[in-house]
Design a protein around this ligand. Structure first.
Ligand code: NAP
Length: 333
């Protein structure tokens, strides 16, 4: 069990998102980015120079390091399971980029290993830790808009060229559901504190054979219904709206917004009050999830209450079920 002042981090995969994590680790107290590992050492060296990282390792060297407490897995989806398993097998705590794994079978196995070895494990759904989302959760849990009966979320855009290759490639477990759909799915489950009991979905496929536009409809035990649409090559409005019996909440700039508006109507068609909520948020929103990881590990908690592992597995099952409906599996599955 780690109970030191500073947690020493190692990053596996010297790609795009690892840079944002490196910046977050630099400014988060009680964390130190100790090493980076890549399959291509020259790439790791460039990353290390850019981000001021002292040690450049192979995957095997980084998990062998006695100094490192926690590994952040920042590779493409197809590698998450192997990379995380390697780290857990060498006694490291692990934070895995979303989606946790490609499917629930892999997720269940990683959770089993982490629990057996008493190691911390978490999916890096960084948006769950944002101040605005924390505030939204409070408002919904406290029934400020009454009983929430309907969620509508759109989350889509033309992704940059740096992400396109990975997203379109079935061999890297691309596709919009695993890459972007995971956010609104996880968001709804978190805010409602429930998992869907009915799941209906449809997808449109790219020439490369991955889902490029996907639509999901869920029904939750509370009776709440959800409509989610997501795409990696269609600009969408990117907003979430939650309709309750006493009002509705408009959360523009899904998924990293810092403000939302509550419209209260007290069960009629007339809006009587409108309240704007703004939650100050750091430019690098990853710091909140890093703080949570540090807090958990220093307290000896092996998972986060904000994103429990059983929920991560259950959400992977939701995505498995939808892919099964579409007859869509990855070449290596
Ligand atoms: N939280 C967020 O906002 C956010 C945003 C973007 C992405 N992500 C997630 O972060 C993870 C990485 O995404 P990214 O955009 O950073 O990926 P990326 O830069 O395309 O690749 C990350 C690493 O994966 C390995 N890799 C990539 N393509 C490969 C290939 N064709 N063959 C073998 N290895 C390959 C490389 O690891 P090596 O360096 O070891 O070779 C690479 O450095 C994904 O899980 C993604 O969903 C999260």
């Amino acid at each position: 069990m780690v109970n030191k002042q500073k947690l020493k981090w190692g990053i596996v995969g010297a790609g795009n998102i690892a840079n944002k994590m490196a910046s977050a680790l630099k400014i988060t107290p009680n964390s130190q980015l100790y090493a980076v590992a890549s399959k291509t050492l020259s790439k790791a060296k460039i990353f290390a120079d850019k981000n001021g990282v002292e040690n450049v390792y192979t995957y095997q060297e980084i998990v062998n390091s006695k100094e490192i407490d926690i590994i952040y897995v920042a590779t493409t989806h197809n590698f998450h399971f192997d990379n995380a398993k390697l780290a857990l097998d060498h006694g490291k705590h692990v934070l895995i980029e979303k989606p946790f794994t490609v499917n629930a079978k892999e997720a269940t196995e990683l959770v089993r290993i982490a629990r057996e070895k008493n190691l911390f494990l978490m999916e890096a759904i960084w948006t769950r830790f944002l101040p605005s989302v924390k505030m939204l959760k409070n408002k919904i849990t406290n029934h400020e808009i009454g009983d929430v009966k309907q969620f509508n979320i759109s989350f889509g855009g033309f992704v940059g060229t740096e992400y396109e290759k990975r997203l379109k490639d079935p061999a890297l477990a691309g596709g919009v559901t695993l890459d972007m759909g995971i956010y609104p799915i996880s968001f709804v489950c978190y805010l409602l504190g429930e998992l869907p009991i009915d799941i209906k979905s449809m997808a449109r496929f790219s020439d490369s054979g991955v889902d490029e536009i996907s639509n999901y409809m869920f029904r939750f035990p509370s009776g709440c219904l959800t409509n989610i649409c997501t795409s990696y090559n269609l600009k969408m409005k990117n907003e979430a709206i939650f309709y309750g019996t006493k009002g509705f909440i408009d959360f523009p700039q899904f998924w990293e917004g810092n403000r939302f508006t509550i419209h209260f109507h007290n069960g009629t068609n007339d809006i009587n009050t409108t309240v704007n909520v703004l939650e100050n948020t750091h430019n690098n929103g990853f710091i909140y999830q890093v703080e949570e990881v540090v807090r958990c590990i220093q307290k000896g908690n092996l998972e986060s209450k904000i994103i429990p592992l059983n929920e991560t597995i259950a959400i992977m099952k939701v995505m498995d079920k939808m892919r099964e409906e579409w007859g869509f599996s990855y070449p290596f599955e």
